[in-house]
Design a protein around this ligand. Structure first.
Ligand code: 13P
Ligand code: SF4
Length: 325
């Protein structure tokens, strides 16, 4: 269960009549209420298909900053809703299911993180956006997987840097920038569970397939990867490549857009360690459904609310990220 130092409003779980065409109703509600639906690439296919905008964490933040809509429905996880609210305090920000948390954000409780950074008062704190607003408020600059390398590279080589919460992304950025950032020991349960042995087996069946991996994956998977990049970068690489088969080591929701953009190419989800589970799907991301999206638009709940003092502190680190991106 996602814990966050913020105020939240309501939860609606009203039964929806089978008579209504839910997709048409959602579209009508969006027009009536001047609402925009922004979905992350890890959302269920039907939500990606109805969204006005789909993107990775960085694109969703940039899009939220630009929108003229009165209501922003963030179909993603809680911290993405918070990021939108931090950037758009005067808009109503809704998330269809407030329980859509994030194991990576949960791996960085604010009190423990504060204790950690207090030991290094002369360090600059860089945090992945996959954090609570409270952790962002302790952060000098946020990053996403799309801009992390670019932002870290802008600091002098000898700069004293702390990076949290994803140890795999931090380690990867250290290795590609030559920095020696202190790393918080957090991880995402989806990206950490890919099995190197099973990927090696899969490669035998698909000898021409390229392995594309998100930098939240563990180092052995990254060492085997033909290309490492954020969700957006993996999509761009697959689209531009002449290769026609790809093994995808990230949340499998992105495969929907990869197939749409590349109908003649084949995308194979990288197998999880436990073959009895769909562990390459983020259970938090998959909490959002069309029914919850409909109720959320109809009742304008659940809403993300953040106490203004906290919002202002958290905003600085996100604005700095957007400037440095
Ligand atoms: P990006 O959207 O930055 O690729 O991050 C991946 C992720 O795990 C989002 O929750
Ligand atoms: Fe968090 Fe991982 Fe799910 Fe992304 S995929 S929302 S990092 S738990």
């Amino acid at each position: 269960m996602y814990k966050s130092n913020l105020l939240t409003k309501g939860f609606i779980d009203e039964k929806i009549s089978s008579e209504i065409n839910i997709i048409e109703e959602i579209k009508t509600l969006c027009i009536e209420k001047n609402a925009v639906i922004m979905a992350h690439y890890y959302q269920p296919n039907e939500i990606q298909d109805i969204a006005h905008f789909i993107g990775d964490s960085l694109a969703l933040a940039q899009q939220a900053q630009k929108t003229n809509s009165d209501i922003i429905v963030v179909c993603g996880v809680h911290f993405m809703g918070e990021t939108a609210k931090i950037l758009c305090p005067n808009k109503k920000v809704l998330v269809p299911d407030l329980n859509a948390g994030c194991s990576l954000a949960d791996s960085c409780p604010v009190d423990k993180f504060e204790e950690f950074i207090k030991q290094y008062p002369d360090y600059t704190v860089i945090s992945y956006v996959n954090t609570t607003a409270a952790v962002k408020a302790l952060t000098d600059v946020c990053v996403t997987s799309t801009n992390a390398k670019k932002i870290v590279a802008q600091f002098p080589q000898e700069a004293k840097l702390i990076f949290g919460p994803d140890r795999n992304l931090g380690d990867y950025i250290n290795s590609t920038t030559g920095k020696n950032m202190l790393l918080w020991d957090g991880a995402c349960h989806v990206h950490e569970q890919f099995s190197l042995e099973k990927i090696v087996e899969l490669k035998k069946h698909y000898p021409n397939a390229l392995l594309l991996a998100h930098p939240e994956c563990k180092k052995p998977v990254l060492l085997l990867a033909d290309f490492i990049g954020s969700t957006q970068a993996l999509l761009n690489f697959a689209t531009q490549s002449d290769t026609t088969q790809f093994i995808i080591a990230t949340e499998s929701g992105i495969i929907h857009e990869m197939c749409k953009k590349n109908p003649s190419k084949e995308f194979i989800p990288a197998p999880p360690l436990d073959s009895t589970c769909a562990c390459n799907e983020c259970n938090f991301m998959r909490l959002n459904t069309l029914e919850k999206l409909y109720n959320c638009l109809k009742f304008e709940l659940p809403e993300i609310l953040i106490e203004e003092g906290l919002r202002k502190k958290a905003e600085k680190s996100i604005l700095r990220m957007l400037e440095m991106s």
